[in-house]
Design a protein around this ligand. Structure first.
Ligand code: SOE
Length: 382
């Protein structure tokens, strides 16, 4: 693989995750930027990254950097992604792509025809068995898709004392559980089925309208293991959980449940897709297994194994069957598809990774979900 020089923006949960995924591919993570010069320096030291930037202009002025990975809080994505594209750098951005569809639409315009790659890290697509489901659906193995339903649930915000920037609408956007994890599910089921959501009816709930914010900062998921000493009460507007009934373009329908307060479910995305011939079910907490349901023959249980899957799925498998692959592998494969595309050099070819257009679609869906919840009615998409 061609080695690219990459800079990371953000030193929280995702900055190190991107660094690791890129390094597993042999990419050169050449610099990092945190929310202060001190944070950049500390992260560079901990991760063994040669350059710690003092600010974003310094990063963009670094002529060696070919691509920027944006893993900062959501409110910075629009500005940082626009500036990186204008500076001629490829951009790989964490989801959600921006705070509003006006911003994500503008980013799509900027990316289109720029001669640069612009991707969004919907990494769930890159668990190989999701490519297998996609290949099965494309081959007609499921028949006509009738229903698509599932959930994405976590427990890291279960207590009112759990806190991270994601709970603040000014940092993460008006929606939280839906935008932070629900959009992974929505992106994934649309990707594997090839169907688009055409209408939503949502019901959301902020179970904790007040949370205790630690004085200082808390990283995603870390409140479970860190001792918090002093806190202050803050008002919360973003939802902890909620449901959306969904209609898909061709007559299929279904539902999504999201929650960040479901005790015992650590990071669990599940879907079941039922067609006129067969059903498939997948769970991100057992990502190497796929359940295939039949009516007139025994159900099957497919274990991820390069010898047992389609070529599409095999392309995203790094290890033999029984050598389990997981979350970090999904990052590696997400980045591989991004950099393989750039290395091939044909920017008129369809992108094999989630693009800014996909990121924009997710924000349009988020806005429809919010509107539906606020107005208590179905909202049609575009
Ligand atoms: C926190 O809910 C989070 O880190 C999400 O932001 C990620 O996208 C998901 O992969 C895991 O959970």
């Amino acid at each position: 693989m061609r080695v690219f020089n990459v800079a990371i923006v953000g030193t929280g949960f995702m900055g190190p995750a991107h660094t690791e995924g890129l390094r597993r591919l042999g990419m050169n993570v050449a610099g990092i930027l945190g929310s202060s010069a001190e944070k950049s320096r500390r992260a560079a030291e901990e991760l063994g990254i040669p350059r710690a930037y003092g600010n974003y202009s310094e990063l963009l002025a670094d002529g060696e950097i070919e691509a920027v990975h944006i893993t900062s809080p959501n409110r910075h994505h629009y500005e940082q992604a626009s500036a990186a594209l204008r500076a001629g750098k490829h951009v790989h951005c964490e989801k959600p792509l921006a705070m509003t569809s006006a911003e994500s639409g503008a980013l799509c315009d900027l990316a289109r025809g720029s001669g640069l790659a612009a991707g969004v890290n919907y990494n769930m697509r890159f668990y190989p068995l999701n490519w297998e489901v996609r290949a099965m659906i494309r081959s007609g193995a499921l028949g006509r898709i009738n229903s698509i339903y599932g959930s994405y649930v976590q427990d890291w915000l279960l207590y009112p004392t759990d806190y991270n920037w994601r709970v603040l609408s000014e940092e993460g956007g008006k929606l939280r559980a839906v935008a932070d994890i629900g959009t992974h599910w929505l992106d994934l089921v649309q990707f594997v089925t090839g169907l688009s959501v055409s209408g939503v009816q949502a019901d959301l709930k902020t179970v904790y309208p007040t949370r205790q914010r630690p004085i200082g900062e808390v990283e995603t998921f870390s409140a479970k293991v860190e001792e918090i000493e002093a806190t202050e009460s803050i008002a919360i507007e973003t939802e902890d959980s909620g449901a959306a009934l969904l209609r898909f373009g061709d007559g299929a329908h279904g539902s999504l449940w999201v929650s960040q307060i479901t005790a015992g479910r650590k990071n669990c995305l599940r879907y079941e897709i039922a067609g006129s011939e067969a059903t498939v079910a997948w769970n991100s907490e057992q990502p190497n297994e796929l359940w295939i349901g039949h009516r007139n023959e025994a159900n099957r249980h497919l274990l991820r194994d390069p010898g047992l899957v389609s070529e599409d799925a095999r392309a995203h498998i790094g290890y033999p069957g029984g050598h389990n692959e997981g979350y970090d592998d999904s990052f590696k494969h997400s980045f591989k598809s991004f950099y393989d595309y750039i290395a091939a050099g044909d920017f008129s070819a369809p992108e094999p990774f989630p693009t800014f257009a996909d990121g924009h679609n997710e924000i349009v869906l988020c806005e429809a979900i919010l509107e539906s919840h606020e107005q208590g009615r179905w909202v049609e998409i575009g």
